[in-house]
Design a protein around this ligand. Structure first.
Ligand code: ADP
Length: 484
């Protein structure tokens, strides 16, 4: 296969910048499409070429006929979809292929398979992966659904078959609540995903969310890059991710790796992907879903393994063989990623887009920032509210917790509320420090954490930044001193 010389990035924000960085290091020309509201995006300036897409700011990243027409016009070899937007559209991947453009990702049939949560559970079970018990066909009849829930035994969880991001999901504790919850879940699924198909699954109590990063080339070589623990969630959405998981037994870890790589080999998967599992209190594990794209939390795996996942994706798409086999991959230390969002913890985490008037990112040893934010950047209200990701690394768990605390205390984002104060609370929580958490950890502790959360002063006035920053640093310093 020919070398890729020019890549079009069909995405925005920090992930667009992340892909540009990979292109530059590989000597590949990078081009981006951008919406009119994104004209000031730093990635638009850093890309070698940038093309505005007039009209609807979301369609700018979704209208694939337009994107492919542009790709042909400007002579790109390949498209990187990042995460979100077109990244999990089998149709788009196929359309790229039909137009002679390489889609940097898995084959369309695998995207389609894993886009359907029920079908993917069946497929994974067939290749030897334990799955959470539940219905195998989409259910529309509420009575049938209820009967299945009774057979499984309460509590159960209702999920949208084509859902994601925790939407279209409801936990049902007892039979009497089933009908109401089923309707709520399917209505939400129609609203967000256009399809109301739902299924019922056994609700696992206090599980940990553990996911395995897979890398596979076109020649049947499949390796894993270890696991990530994404148990720290708010309403089933990831807030903090950790690699490796601090409290996972070696036995479970090995089994997760074994079943994951074997399944991907048997399915003929290629590119990168993540297999998500729940691990219950007795160390049983169950597959829940697979993400056929690069994930938001990929940097923590890059940090502990030293492998650049985006570069690897590009090289696999080019037809390169993996240059490392499983026994050559070593991970070292612990990495934690904090999702820094423009959202207000005092107002139920409602998104708080707007102008960043002060921006002081942490630095120093073991600190990585993946962000497109800068002072005076206006986070638009049209997309997700991510400001960026703080990734920290240290050789051992206590070290990485201390590193996180130090880096979070340095991080100052002014002008808009963010969830940094929440992160600062979490890294001071004893259970977190001891590595004791599961997917219910944050929802259970949130009210207490909110009660005495210290918020940064919001920077509104130009010219006051340094003074304000010093005041915030003093407050955070005092907080640090008091709570250690
Ligand atoms: P989404 O695609 O919407 O993110 P997932 O299936 O990946 O949904 O699940 C997201 C989170 O929801 C999990 O990490 C876990 O916290 C919770 N969850 C999902 N399925 C179950 C289950 N069967 N039992 C308990 N919790 C679950």
């Amino acid at each position: 296969m020919a070398k890729i010389k020019k890549i079009l990035i069909a995405n925005r924000g920090e992930i667009a910048l992340r892909i540009i960085r990979a292109c530059k290091e590989l000597d590949i020309v990078s081009a981006v499409v951008y919406s009119t509201v994104d004209a000031k995006g730093v990635w638009v300036r850093k890309a070698d070429e940038a093309y505005v897409m007039d009209g609807d700011p979301i369609q700018a990243y979704l209208n694939y006929e337009r994107i492919i027409a542009l790709a042909k016009e400007i002579g790109v070899d390949a498209i990187h979809p990042g995460y979100g937007f077109l990244s999990e559209s089998a149709e788009f991947a196929q359309y790229c292929e039909d137009n002679g453009i390489i889609f940097i990702g898995p084959k369309p049939e695998h995207i389609a398979l894993f886009g359907d949560k029920m079908a993917s559970k069946v497929a994974m079970q067939e290749v030897g992966v334990p799955v959470v018990g539940g219905s195998e066909d989409p259910i529309t009849d509420i009575n049938v659904a209820k009967q299945i829930a009774k057979d499984i035994g309460f509590p159960v969880i209702i999920k949208a078959a084509f859902g994601g991001g925790g939407r279209g999901m409801r936990i049902v504790a007892k039979e009497e609540e089933f009908e109401e919850m089923f309707e709520a879940a399917t209505n939400e699924a129609v609203k967000f995903f256009g399809k109301g198909d739902a299924f019922v699954e056994k609700y696992i109590k206090n599980p940990r969310h553990i996911e395995v990063q897979i890398v596979a080339d076109k020649f049947g070589n499949v390796v894993h890059l270890g696991e990530r623990d994404c148990s720290i969630q708010r309403r089933h959405q990831k807030v903090i991710e950790i690699a490796p998981s601090p409290l996972l037994s070696e036995e479970v870890r090995k089994e997760l790796y074994r079943v994951s790589t074997k399944a991907m080999f048997r399915l003929g998967y290629e590119s990168v992907g993540t297999i998500e599992f729940l691990v219950d209190e007795d160390d049983n594990f169950f597959f829940i879903e697979m993400n056929t794209r690069v994930q938001v939390e990929h940097p923590i795996t890059e940090i502990i393994s030293g492998i650049d996942i985006i570069q690897r994706m590009i090289q696999i798409a080019e037809g390169d063989k993996l240059i490392f086999m499983q026994d050559e991959i070593r991970t070292r230390g612990y990495a934690i990623e904090f999702r820094i969002n423009a959202e207000d913890p005092r107002k139920g985490f409602q998104p708080s887009p707007g102008k960043i008037t002060t921006y002081l990112a942490p630095g120093g040893p073991g600190v990585r920032i993946d962000s497109a934010a800068y002072k005076d950047y206006v986070i638009p209200g049209n997309y997700d509210s991510m400001v960026g990701k703080l990734i920290v690394w240290a050789l051992d768990w206590p070290g990485v917790v201390n590193k996180a605390r130090r880096a979070l205390d340095e991080f100052i984002v002014g002008g808009i509320p963010t969830n940094i104060p929440l992160h600062r609370k979490i890294v001071r929580d004893l259970d977190f420090i001891e590595g004791k958490f599961n997917t219910t950890y944050l929802d259970k502790k949130l009210d207490d954490m909110l009660e005495d959360m210290v918020f940064d002063i919001e920077y509104k006035e130009e010219g006051e930044d340094n003074e304000e920053a010093a005041r915030v640093a003093a407050i955070v310093g005092a907080m640090n001193y008091m709570r250690g």
